[in-house]
Design a protein around this ligand. Sequence first.
Ligand SMILES: *[C@@H]1O[C@H](CO)[C@@H](O)[C@H](O)[C@H]1NC(C)=O
Ligand SMILES: *[C@@H]1O[C@H](CO)[C@@H](O)[C@H](O)[C@H]1NC(C)=O
Ligand SMILES: *[C@@H]1O[C@H](CO)[C@@H](O)[C@H](O)[C@H]1NC(C)=O
Ligand SMILES: *[C@@H]1O[C@H](CO)[C@@H](O)[C@H](O)[C@H]1NC(C)=O
Length: 360
Amino acid sequence: MAVLVLRWIFSLLTVIIISQSVCLIYNTSYSHNIGYAMTDTFYQLHCNKLREQFSSDIIKPAKRINIMKFTQDVSNFMNCPYRSNTSERELNKIRLNLYCNATGSLFLTKHNTAVNEEMPYETNMELTHKIDEELHKMLPEDFPWTSGGLGRCAVVGSGGILQNSSCGPEIDSADFVIRFNLAPVNDSDVGVKTHLVTINPSQIEKNYDLNQDTDPLVKHVSMYGNAHLILPAFSYLPNTKYAMTALQALRPIRPQQPVVFFSPSYLRNLDKFWKLRGLKEIRLSTGFMLINVALELCEDVHVYGFWPFDIDPQQRQVPHHYYDDRGPSRRKHRMPEEFLRLLRMHSQGALTLHLQPCTA
Ligand SMILES: *[C@@H]1O[C@H](CO)[C@@H](O)[C@H](O)[C@H]1NC(C)=O
Ligand SMILES: *[C@@H]1O[C@H](CO)[C@@H](O)[C@H](O)[C@H]1NC(C)=O
Ligand SMILES: *[C@@H]1O[C@H](CO)[C@@H](O)[C@H](O)[C@H]1NC(C)=O
Ligand SMILES: *[C@@H]1O[C@H](CO)[C@@H](O)[C@H](O)[C@H]1NC(C)=O
């Protein structure tokens, strides 16, 4: 009897010691200078638990997440060792290639589009646009990239967490860099290298009067060197006019910088692909679309500036974008739902999310 009681007291003590060291690990965000011999084991156990939690098949709706606990968990998880999974990467490439085929149909080319083809719009297939000979002549010959052929890619979102991140040099060391909405570039935080950059047709509508003066747009896009400029010309009806004026304005002046149009069928297939996987939103964000493009075309995908919350993983206030604090896009897109998918792919070893400053 006495032995049993002693055993019981002993295990109670062990539980107390264990839970205290777990708390300690939490509070110090895994700094390795704690004197506990067992720290590494707990650290590993905790990392495994977080990895399991974030890679789970069951994704809780974002609005039911306790944001304080969530950011703390994400912050701890980002300090855990990253585990790449080559077979998961290959599987994603194959799935995306079979279902959506960015390699061959990401944007319209002379090869994948016929003269006088009636192009159905992405968001409304009853609306079509006839690709006349004049437009067909301006399409690029063929798709320049192959599946997996782009090496290490950096997809640079516009999230405020990139402000003061010092991630510029790391981003510039990638083989291929994707940016969004003509966002500004600079050496320190976001890098300057660019291979593909999106233009939102509403930016052409609001910021440029191309019938009057093409110089401001020409000056702005030359910031990206010879990067491809991509527009969703056939997603919504009003987009077409602005995409066409941008193409007509830039083509003669900057022939070295291709202006291309997203293929509406690619975007539609990608949308279906994610709807089948439980992502219920009106339309995917452009950022999420191009991360999927990268998963198919790149060997290794690094994601920066995707963090759809007002506080960063260290619970500090962050602006909406790294270059300004405007925009209702957080409500328009269900960014947190997309973010949970990105976090899941990170924990499965399919891509790498960067949420911390680059010189830690
Ligand atoms: C890597 O991914 C494959 C395919 O999803 C999976 O079966 C395997 O368990 C993963 N390996 C590890 C170590 O998680
Ligand atoms: C993807 O598109 C290219 C070019 O149109 C085509 O050659 C290839 O067969 C397509 N791949 C799949 C898996 O459908
Ligand atoms: C970045 O640094 C500037 C200047 O030190 C500061 O005003 C700003 O608040 C910082 N931004 C973030 C998100 O830390
Ligand atoms: C980098 O660009 C951002 C956005 O334009 C700006 O806020 C920041 O001050 C710039 N940093 C430097 C060092 O130029």
